[in-house]
Write a protein that binds this ligand. Structure first.
Ligand SMILES: C[S@@+](CC[C@H](N)C(=O)[O-])C[C@H]1O[C@@H](n2cnc3c(N)ncnc32)[C@H](O)[C@@H]1O
Length: 362
């Protein structure tokens, strides 16, 4: 039942976003009472839990606010300079829902929840540094390898420029690009035993997604922005900076399913370049058949890897820990032909903070 899915989504926003939590809790009550939310959600009554109808509802409303089409509600949204006042949030949402029922209905039906978290560039950057250094060590080279980065499930491609992002360390040193439009405070505990000051050379990069977001368009930028919870200003600012960086350093994300695209990309390999296959928070959405095919494509490429044209798999994905529904995000690295398999560390879902703790990964 839709109201229960809204309640689930509301719980998932607690305590991260009091604004979204309250909006969805009140919307769930409105659905039960047969109020305006029932009309707004018409057509979505039988949607699967995985499509998260509640977050699509919240995203569509946020988008109206961002477009300047809901001034009465905007005063609660920090993303446009507002200040949430939870006791009056719902009464201010009601006129917006009534006046924009058709447009909201259409958006909710037409969109899938899409996030692209630039904070994950931080574990990616550190992981690439480890991979480039380890591949060089295994090949008996002095200088770390240059990298070709292939991202599956790249969304808007905001993590396809990890070398053009700055990473500020507690002592004030900035690794990566100190002059970048996007400088992250990665909140690292521990450090990998490699030279993070090494200028990472990314000589090629490409990404695919079954639902790519074109961040060169206003529509694409609004789409990604609408799914950031409006009272999470740190994430909001990070996304804004990442979008600005993408505008001056564009990379197109190809519309394709991961395994087929990967097979095409891995068909050619460059000498003296480490090819890195990367994905973050994607695996859970991939069908069992595509997972099997992805593994086969990678195994085939791994068998062909050589010391001068090595291959790495670097992933940042949730793994279940002891408690029920308890997840930790692990950064894992596999390297061929070196035969290295490492757990590099673990961190928060958005990549920040992150704890470096390198050990063998079985
Ligand atoms: C939660 S988002 C993560 C996006 C990005 N990797 C990040 O960390 O910000 C998951 C992405 O995976 C994409 N996706 C899901 N299944 C896919 C598949 N089989 N092939 C390619 N992309 C896929 C979705 O469209 C979505 O953009």
């Amino acid at each position: 039942m839709l109201a229960e899915l809204f309640d689930d989504a509301a719980r998932s926003c607690h305590p991260g976003s009091p604004l979204t939590n309250r909006l969805l809790t009140d919307a769930a009550a409105d659905l039960r009472a047969g109020g305006i939310t029932t009309k707004v959600m018409a057509g979505a009554e039988c949607d699967r839990q995985g499509t998260v109808p509640g977050l699509r509802f919240a995203g569509a409303l946020h988008r109206l606010v961002l477009e300047g089409r809901a001034p009465g509600l905007a005063k609660h949204y920090p993303s446009v300079g507002g200040q949430p006042h939870l006791p009056t949030l719902w009464e201010d949402a009601l006129p917006v829902l009534r006046e924009n029922t058709a447009v909201l209905q259409h958006r909710i039906a037409a969109t899938v929840v899409q996030t692209n978290e630039p904070g994950r560039s931080a574990p990616l950057f550190g992981g690439l540094q480890v991979a480039a250094h380890e591949a060089a060590r295994a090949a008996g080279r002095h200088a770390p390898f240059s990298v070709r980065l292939l991202e599956i499930g790249a969304s808007g491609g905001l993590n396809l420029r990890p070398h053009h992002v700055g990473y500020r360390m507690p002592d004030g040193t900035v690794h990566g690009d100190p002059d970048s439009l996007l400088v992250l405070d990665p909140q690292w505990t521990g450090l990998p035993d490699v030279d993070l000051g090494h200028k990472l050379r990314v000589v090629g990069r490409a990404g695919c997604d079954i639902n790519p977001v074109d961040v060169s368009t206003e529509d694409g930028r609004l789409h990604l922005s609408s799914f950031v919870w409006a009272d999470q200003l740190e994430r909001w600012n990070r996304l804004r900076d990442a979008l600005d960086l993408a505008a001056v350093d564009p990379v197109r994300v190809e519309q394709a399913a991961g395994p087929e695209w990967l097979a095409r990309q891995l068909a050619h390999r460059e000498r003296d370049v480490l090819t890195v296959v990367w994905h973050s928070v994607v695996w859970q959405y991939v069908s069992p058949a595509d997972r099997a095919m992805g593994r086969a494509v990678l195994a085939d490429a791994a068998a062909k890897a050589t010391p001068t044209a090595p291959l790495a798999l670097l992933v940042y994905e949730p793994r279940r820990t002891t408690g029920e529904n308890q997840y930790e995000f692990h950064l894992l690295l596999k390297l061929w032909p070196a035969g290295l398999s490492l757990l590099l560390g673990h961190g928060a879902g958005h990549g920040i903070p992150f704890n470096w703790e390198i050990r063998p990964w079985a």
